[in-house]
Design a protein around this ligand. Structure first.
Ligand SMILES: [Zn+2]
Length: 251
């Protein structure tokens, strides 16, 4: 039996190290058999995340340099590069053209392009990518720096247009969908338009409100249940779809 067959749910983007009790959050995911990609926002956080994740069956740690932190931490790209050979998973990386972070957008583009080139060179990496208000630039950069076949991209909380989503799917991207997206009318139309074989679930905990009021990490079931409803599938059917998609992604 492989992990993908025994995992009960999938959370392909969350930040377990931002919960008050990091180790307990990991243990909870392990106990509940949720295949979890725990992303990091700075490369300095990666070793501890990896150490804890390596003791589990269901949790994987991703090496990140969050676009919202690039203004202060672009220099850490060299640390990020040092750790890259030790992991298959990269995230959270990407671009953020939101008002608060736009002043660092040029620097973010340089860092993201370098990250993609390093991943393309290393081959076989799986990336969880942030793309707030700049889907086109994110896709252009992936196109230019990490051609299809050199690595795989999961667009996390994607909020681009329908044509941009179609383009991303044609480029081979996956999409991790959270409960907040299913509560938003515009996002619902986008999710509905996606090829079902490219869909995964995520919480982005603790940045989503379903984390509030609970001791443990955010629950991925609202995202799974929302997708089931959207696609008029039963719980078993949607779980099988997502686990098939995960298996395909991980190869
Ligand atoms: Zn995130």
């Amino acid at each position: 039996m492989t992990i993908r067959q025994t995992a009960r749910l999938v959370d392909f983007h969350c930040h377990l190290d931002l919960y008050p009790d990091h180790a307990a959050a990991i243990q909870q995911r392990e106990r509940e058999r949720v295949f979890t990609l725990t992303v990091t926002t700075t490369p300095r956080a990666f070793p501890r995340n990896k150490e804890l994740a390596d003791r589990t069956k269901y949790v994987r740690a991703a090496l990140g340099l969050h676009p919202q932190l690039v203004a202060d931490r672009a220099k850490e790209l060299s640390i990020w590069k040092d750790y890259l050979p030790s992991t298959r998973y990269v995230g959270e990386v990407g671009l953020d053209a939101g008002r608060r972070f736009y002043s660092s957008f040029d620097e973010q583009k340089v860092v993201f392009a370098e990250i993609l080139s390093a991943c393309a060179e290393a081959r076989g990496k799986i990336l969880s990518v942030h793309s707030v208000r700049c889907a086109k630039v994110v896709l252009d950069t992936i196109d230019a720096r990490m051609p299809v076949g050199r690595g795989r991209v999961v667009l996390h909380w994607f909020t681009g247009s329908l044509p941009e989503a179609r383009r991303a799917a044609e480029m081979g991207c996956y999409f991790s969908i959270n409960a907040a997206m299913i509560r938003n009318e515009r996002s619902v139309a986008l999710v509905r338009s996606l090829p079902k074989e490219r869909i995964l679930t995520e919480t982005d905990g603790p940045f989503t409100d379903n984390a509030v009021g609970h001791d443990g990490p955010a629950d991925v079931r609202p995202a799974r249940d929302g997708l089931a409803k959207l696609f008029q599938m039963g719980a078993e059917e949607i779980d099988a779809l997502i686990s098939d998609n995960l298996r395909e992604l991980l190869g």
